[in-house]
Design a protein around this ligand. Sequence first.
Ligand SMILES: [Cu+2]
Length: 312
Amino acid sequence: MVNGKVWPNLHVNPQQYRFRLLNGSNARFYHLQLSNQQTFIQIGTDGGYLPQPVELSSLLLAPAERADILIDFSEMAPGTKVILTNNAKAPFPDGTTPDPQTVGQIMQFTVINAPVIPQKKLPPVLNHMPQLTPTKTRTLTLFELMGPTGSLGLTLDGQFWRNSVSELPQASSTEEWQVANLTTDTHPIHLHLIQFLLVGRQKFRSDDYLRDWKRLNQTTPPGTPPYYSKPKTLSIEPYLQGQPIAPPQNERGWKDTIKMYPGEVTTIRARFASQDGSPFPFDPSIGPGYVWHCHMLEHEDNEMMRPLKILP
Ligand SMILES: [Cu+2]
């Protein structure tokens, strides 16, 4: 469904169009492509322009992620129909392939007979990203609570929403968050209040880390309810595998929601200040405070959300 319509058609002039995409689905990821295999250009992410325009043949968009893209219809003859398709498995990444006749189709464009409007050339540089230097590093986990008959829910660091606040960044400080995904799903992790930068991702021995993390931490009280209160940090360094994976070109802009893949540690740098680095024009330490959470609705409403309190 696009803007409230199922499989809509949009008549387009033979020219370049700008589309601002938001994945508003509960849990479904979209891996978008054009049916004529044409490439398109991404110019923006969640929080503004990318450093440079990025040419893409496909785009993976998780729930709550945004993308600012340009599609050029100027080379297409009037009457041409192009379909925006999706082949992302659900749940992502190991679920079932979408039916090409239903959720495999998003919308159709039909090129109409109209004069071609010459397009403006894109500037080579769209935005300048700052170098963020962290003064604190946190290692956190995406953690599935398992019971004798299977999953009991998804959590951040094994904690419930109601457990005391554990993420309390100082206003105007920069923190590096290394988030180890110990589950089998990709989670779009969203921080409120600020935009952050992706440092990179890296594979790690998640089974060994999970085993050692459970040894280090005890459930409170043991058994039921099976949550972890004030979990201790387990260094991720000894478990890392291979080389760090640099951010893809189209994830090098400001983000507030980032895909965290299974078996990977995702590292972000967050400056708890205005986007330009200046102090907030308000007191962010005043309640009720903020949150960070997975943006899949069924996860965030089942404990995969935690308070985020800013210290003055
Ligand atoms: Cu999730």
